[in-house]
Design a protein around this ligand. Sequence first.
Ligand code: COA
Length: 157
Amino acid sequence: MSALLIEDADARELDGVMAVMERAFDPCFGEAWTRGQCAGTLLLPGAWLHVARLGGAVVGFAIARIVLDEAELMMLAVDPSARGRGVGARLLDRFAATAARRGAARLHLEVREGNPALRLYARAHFASVGRREAYYRGRDGRSSAALTLARAVEAPR
Ligand SMILES: CC(C)(COP(=O)(O)OP(=O)(O)OC[C@H]1O[C@@H](n2cnc3c(N)ncnc32)[C@H](O)[C@@H]1OP(=O)(O)O)[C@@H](O)C(=O)NCCC(=O)NCCS
């Protein structure tokens, strides 16, 4: 089996990123971003992209940003065909390492209540620090709360 690589990337990888985006998110929750949202975010000061590659193909990505000493994981997704093998955890570790290198003291992220990704974040020592009601609105009109999770840039050992 080919090795998993986690790489620094830029907007030239958006074709691969959007292919994962389209497959990774259930449209009923309204969490996925458009290509324009991804491209626009990557133009913001302090924003960066990591891609996960298996056998050359992009199978996951993380989009993040640092403002002052706070880094935010804005988007994390892994192709359904590559899940459950630690790709998400590796992207999350790389996000934390890059944030530390760029001078972050704290890490933040926002996730829909009920998203199975919460388990991944809990295992990486993120804890809930806030909640926004009805933040996500799906195609069927149903809404879900967003949970804000945070942790210090260095995970406890
Ligand atoms: C969340 C996500 C990135 C995890 O990717 P992954 O490569 O499968 O993650 P890992 O293999 O490192 O393991 C993730 C852990 O969370 C659990 N998990 C993550 N996503 C899950 C899912 N969709 N269904 C069930 N369990 C899931 C796994 O069981 C695993 O926990 P365990 O090892 O204790 O069993 C991936 O499921 C995904 O792309 N989801 C859709 C996009 C999304 O919701 N992103 C997060 C919000 S921005």
